[in-house]
Design a protein around this ligand. Structure first.
Ligand code: 2AM
Length: 218
């Protein structure tokens, strides 16, 4: 019936509890300060700023995109492919409002986005759309769930959908055997540079984050 179609949300996802959001934002700030102060970063600053600028303030460079969450399905109020089918899945309906413990395994930044990588469990993968990776990268066979992330900020004029695409590029690069260049060990963990302004720290202590599976209407 048409009521079902008009009630589809903007997106479904896991929403971090307020205290966890603060914890993650603090961690992201620590990551930005650490990377921003490295000589190795300053050498590649041209990826972030125009030729004229020699410095970039990463805290100002990335703009906040609101409540921290890990999107499972972008529905666009029903306009996105497979939105209705996803909303009607039994596992989606049964999990709605339930708590999940997300495991955040890395933080990354690129000239476009700042994000956290999420490693989904088998149970959490039940809520992950079949085609999430294929939809983004048709040409490759990427592991299911490898697009899962939390957007922590975007450069001016960049839409948050870009965060998952940036993450998939790193995953693809690693799959193709390019493991990047180990820069140094930060307090958070080992930092790798993947070229073209892409930096990732693998958290030596993954962050376990309680989150609620729900949806956002906006
Ligand atoms: P994000 O998951 O990287 O943060 C509203 O825009 C939310 O839906 C954001 O969280 C955004 O990105 C996500 N989103 C927007 N467009 C999308 C798309 N085409 N595919 C997947 N997620 C999308």
């Amino acid at each position: 019936c048409s009521m079902v179609e008009t009630s589809l949300p903007f997106y479904f996802g896991w929403f971090l509890c307020p205290t966890q959001q603060e914890k993650l934002r603090n961690m992201a700030n620590e990551f930005l300060s650490a990377v921003g102060s490295l000589e190795a970063f300053k050498e590649h600053v041209g990826d972030f700023a125009g030729e004229a600028e020699k410095e970039v303030n990463l805290q100002q460079y990335f703009q906040d995109k609101g409540v921290l969450h890990c999107t499972t399905k972008f529905c666009d109020y029903g306009k996105a492919n497979g939105a209705k089918e996803y909303a009607e899945k039994q596992v989606v309906r049964e999990s709605y409002g339930s708590k999940a413990d997300l495991v955040l395994t890395a933080l990354f930044l690129t000239p476009r986005t700042l994000g956290a990588q999420v490693s989904l469990t088998e149970a959490q993968l039940q809520l992950w759309p079949e085609d999430a990776e294929k939809e983004a990268v048709q040409s490759a066979d990427l592991p299911r769930g490898s697009r899962a992330h939390v957007t922590l900020g975007c450069a001016e004029g960049v839409d948050p959908v870009q965060t998952g695409l940036d993450l998939l590029e790193v995953v693809l690069q690693c799959q193709q055997g390019d493991k990047g260049e180990h820069v140094q060990d930060l307090e958070l963990g080992p930092l790798t540079y993947y070229g073209k302004g892409v930096w990732m720290v693998k958290l030596s202590e993954p962050l376990n984050t309680p989150a609620i599976f729900s949806s956002f209407y906006g």
